[in-house]
Design a protein. Sequence first.
Length: 369
Amino acid sequence: MKIAVIGGGILGSTAAFYLTKDHDVTLYDDGIGQATKAAAGIICPWFSKRRNKPWYRLANGGAHFYRDLLKDLADAGIVTQAYQQKTTWLLKKKPKLIDDLMAIAEKRQGEASLIQEINKLSPTYQQARFPHFHYDNDLIETDGGAVVDGHDLCQDLITAAKGENLKVVNVRADLTFLDDGKVMVKNDQEVYDTVVLATGAWLGQVLDPLGYQVDVRPQKGQLAVIETDWDTQALPLIMPEGEGDFIPHLDGKIFVGASHEDDQGFDLSTDPSQLVDIFSTIYQLVPELANYPVTDYKIGSRAYTSDYAPFYGPLPDRPNVYVASGLGSSGLTTGPLIAREMSRLINNEETLLDPSDYAVENYIQKRVQ
């Protein structure tokens, strides 16, 4: 089958990786505004208080799916450094909130084999583990979390897919539906049997000219990259209360962020003022970090639906056009599994999740002429 994947973020690159094993696949991506490239990359869904059970099943399944993804990449000859398992520290000011979160995570531990330990860590132990860290209260420590470099993971997936003859075209794809049900990428004059739309917050812009209303809006996210001479591989991922996290990546780099800006549309300009409060929180916890320079800002547009839930699957009236969006700030947690599930749907294989829990028709309607 001839398949076009539109969008080269975590959804599109994972879909291309799996679909190239059985199909002739072309990936279209203009590289602009990808949420994946600007993602904090935190994989730790077990302490979430969200009550949406389908979302939690997806997030928990997505966190565990990384084991399969890393193995499949290794089998394709790519040993990725983009995924790093991390000790994770969660901070809450009130002791009762610490106890509540521990109870939530311990209840979920039975279906989360990644979590081996959930402990309460006193300030004395915190200082012994990370001398630059200053905090006067107990915190939660768990070993189940991870950080992912979204940009590097996408590159590794695309490199592996190219080994299966993936074709990559670096343009924005404009689509038209043909009378025989196939889909043409107009600016490439190529015709496809099946199309996967993994365009994130831009899904509405792709589908609007084709006559669809799409319940997806952009949210701007910014994070800062700080370069240190610390052994960041040994440092914990730190998630304080509220917005802003301390996210150690490889080679001494620490990501700080990310902002959640609902009123900026698709703006991708750097605005450090949006990170002032986040820096204040992180510098109070790790004062020595202020001695190191911010060397880069990463900016992207997350995709949200009106009820903050993701969706994926075929368009109701176009069973050969698959869409996915609304992943919000959980894209690197849920995106790879969603892409794998869509590849299974395309191949008529059994899925891990119930697709009806993430139904496309709840968010996309054909516009009445």
